[in-house]
Design a binder for this molecule. Structure first.
Ligand code: FFO
Ligand code: ATP
Length: 180
C-alpha cells in the first residue's frame, strides 16, 4: 500500500510545474508558527526537484540568526545533522541529494524544529511516506523537538493507509491551499 501510494504521488509530482511564487503563502504560514519563531536551531533538507524549495526557508532562518542544520546520510540508513555555514562543503550523493561533507554534527536535542520531507502525507492522521529509506522514521523515533512538514496539494491523501509500527507521524502539517 505504501509502495503504491509512493509511486502514484511521485508520478503526480513529476508531472507538475511550480512557478516562483507558488509556495510563498506556505512559507509565510511557516514563519508565523510559534515553533518557527521560538526555534534557535532549525533542521531542513537541501531540496531536490519536485520538493518544495527550501532555500527561501534557509535564507530567512539565517537572516533571523537561527542555526540551520542539514542531514548527511550514513550506512545503516542513519542521519546526522550538520550546521550549514559559509564553510560547509556540499556534494551530491548517488541518490541525488545534496549533503554536507565537513563540520561537526549537532545533537538531536539541540534541534528545536525539524522540517520533515516526504512524498505523501495523510491530512487525517499526519502519517507520512518518504522515499522508502526509513531515515526519518529512524531519526524521529527518539527525537523530542517539534516536527512540521510543508505539503503540496499533490502529496495530500485524506484517507489513512495501513501504517507500520515504526512510522512516526508529523506533529504539524502546513498544507498548500487546494485552490492555489
Ligand atoms: N531533499 C531531501 N534530502 C534528504 C531526504 C529527502 O527526502 N529529501 N531524505 C529523506 O529520507 C534523506 C535521504 N534519503 C534517501 C532515501 C533513499 C535513499 C536510497 O534509496 N538509496 C539507495 C542507494 C542509492 C544510491 O546510492 O544509488 C539505497 O540505499 O539502496 C537514499 C537517501 C536525507 N536527505
Ligand atoms: N525506527 C526504526 N528502526 C529500525 N528500522 C526502521 C525504523 N524505521 C524504519 N525502519 C525501516 O526502514 C525501512 C523503510 O521504512 P519506510 O518505508 O516507512 O520509509 P519512509 O517513511 O518512506 O522513509 P523516510 O523515513 O526515510 O522518509 C523499513 O524497511 C523499516 O523496516
Amino acid at each position: 500500500m505504501k509502495t503504491e501510494i509512493r509511486t502514484e504521488v511521485m508520478q503526480r509530482l513529476a508531472n507538475q510545474s511550480a512557478g516562483p511564487h507558488r509556495f510563498q503563502n506556505l512559507y509565510q504560514r511557516l514563519f508565523a508558527t510559534p515553533e518557527w519563531l521560538n526555534a534557535q536551531t532549525v533542521a531542513v533538507t537541501m531540496s531536490m526537484d519536485h520538493e518544495i524549495p527550501t532555500q527561501p526557508i534557509i535564507n530567512v532562518a539565517q537572516q533571523l540568526g537561527k542555526t540551520v542544520v542539514i542531514p548527511r546520510t550514513f550506512p545503516g540508513r542513519r542521519m546526522r545533522f550538520y550546521p550549514l555555514t559559509v564553510h560547509t562543503q556540499l556534494v551530491k550523493t548517488r541518490f541525488g541529494v545534496i549533503e554536507p561533507t565537513n563540520g561537526e554534527p549537532v545533537q538531536a536535542d539541540e534541534i528545536d524544529l525539524m522540517i520533515v520531507p516526504g512524498v505523501a502525507f495523510c491530512t487525517t492522521n499526519h502519517q507520512r511516506i518518504g522515499y522508502g529509506g526509513g531515515f526519518y522514521d529512524r531519526f524521529l523515533a527518539d527525537f523530542s523537538g517539534a516536527t512540521l512538514a510543508l505539503v503540496q496539494k499533490e502529496q495530500i491523501l485524506e484517507t489513512p493507509w495501513k501504517t507500520d509500527s515504526f512510522d512516526v507521524p508529523v506533529q504539524q502539517l502546513l498544507v498548500e491551499d487546494v485552490d492555489e
